[in-house]
Write a protein that binds this ligand. Sequence first.
Ligand SMILES: [Zn+2]
Length: 242
Amino acid sequence: MIYHNSVRLAEDFYCYVWQGRGNNCNASLLSSVLRGERPHVLIDPGHIRNELGEPCFDSLTQAMERDGFKMEDIGLVIGTHSHPDHIEAIELVVEKSSALLALSREEYEFYSTMGKMFFQMFGAKPPQVNPFFYLKEGELSLGAKNNKVTIKVLFTPGHSPGSISLYLEEEKILISGDVVFAGSVGRTDFPSGSPSLLRKSIDELSQLDVEYLVPGHSTELGSIIAGKDKVARNFQMVKMFI
Ligand SMILES: [Zn+2]
């Protein structure tokens, strides 16, 4: 059973929108952008299995396979933040592919202290998280010679202390993690959440030129938010809540 709906937003960018009944995040894939044998970048692999027992990781693996991508061919896995519904499956991705892992230093420090306990609170086993490098605010350049891909890393704390968002400038795609959703914003009542930081982060994201907003979760309004006007209206609306 595949619970992920694959949405191709650019030649090398796929969004796997979670459609199950239980909780899990949307995952994203940058395909064939890295040098070497494992060319794909996976963002937020999500849960292994969620609270309703839905096999989230198997579903993602199958959804990717349907598009011609193997979990074994992931070279880099990025976590927008360290909550269980975003990175529980990181260990399995690394096991299958030996992928390198990246998240922000602030989030790694949070994970190493309080974040791990967060997994235990939900009855999940905290995965091994060994970042190969830290994501810093600014440009992250990936890719082979003829196919350079630059991702803008934005430091967007508030929902979690080291949350990052990713912006693909050329394609105008914003992966916002759990900072902003369709019609709502990330919770700030989790450990180390901060409403004032979230507000600032959302303000910053709303300045970007975005055609596709890929939030960490879908909401009642559906999957991703497509179209500059819709994205702008969504920012306008969510700013009223925070
Ligand atoms: Zn979260």
